[in-house]
Design a protein around this ligand. Structure first.
Ligand SMILES: Cc1cc2nc3c(=O)[nH]c(=O)nc-3n(C[C@H](O)[C@H](O)[C@H](O)COP(=O)(O)O)c2cc1C
Length: 190
């Protein structure tokens, strides 16, 4: 069985909550990204990376650049926690394109997970900037979420990611025939 770790960065708890659930379900350690080093990362076969999005930017964007050499040689699962719904594929694609180096995207399974926005818990600057952004938002549903808050954080949102990571961790890659026998394994391996 392959060794994996969950590395995450969030601000108000949504990404941490997903990382914690994943850690419990997959029996993996989960660590704040700031505590990771190249040496630590290199001990694992696969890395599950979780980050929330603020103003179109992944909080883990600089982590991906800093550890690019180690990460670009590993199997990666990336979960992105944000307010952009699956129906807005264009914005989701932009978030990926603007924040994740192409070589890393190529080695990753990427999952968008619904986030949480509780206005009274936000710092003053975030609250003000969100109000400003809401004033310019054209989509009425997005605008409502920005003004009233959202909470889409549910454990069941992780099902696809849990299945993909479990299959990857169980399938042996040292034998080509093993991979060939498992169609599902082929779907999730690079
Ligand atoms: C000030 C602010 C800016 C945000 N900007 C974006 C954004 O550009 N795109 C998006 O999809 N979600 C955006 N969000 C929503 C967050 O990504 C979402 O609330 C997420 O769950 C936060 O997770 P965290 O608590 O782990 O940081 C923003 C939220 C706040 C408070």
């Amino acid at each position: 069985m392959k060794k994996g770790i969950i590395v995450f960065k969030g601000k108000y708890g949504a990404t941490r909550q997903y990382a914690q659930w994943l850690g419990q379900e997959l029996d993996l350690a989960y660590q704040e990204a700031d505590q990771m080093t190249d040496e630590l990362l290199s001990r694992y076969d696969f890395v599950i990376i979780g980050s929330s999005v603020y103003y179109g930017k992944l909080l883990l964007s600089s982590f991906l650049t800093k550890h690019f050499n180690v990460l670009s040689a590993k199997k990666l699962f990336v979960f992105i926690v944000c307010a952009t719904p699956d129906s807005d594929e264009k914005t989701q694609s932009l978030i990926v394109k603007d924040n994740i180096p192409r070589l890393i995207t190529d080695r990753s399974n990427i999952f968008f997970l619904p986030g949480r926005l509780i206005l009274k818990e936000l710092g003053l600057t975030d609250r003000i900037l969100l109000r400003v952004a809401a004033a310019f938002e054209k989509d009425p549903l997005n605008k409502q979420g920005m003004l009233n808050g959202i909470d889409g954080v549910r454990e069941e949102n992780l099902i696809d990611l849990i299945i993909a990571a479990t299959m990857y961790s169980l399938v042996k890659t040292n034998s080509h025939s093993d991979l060939k026998r498992s169609g599902a394994a082929n779907r999730h391996s690079i």
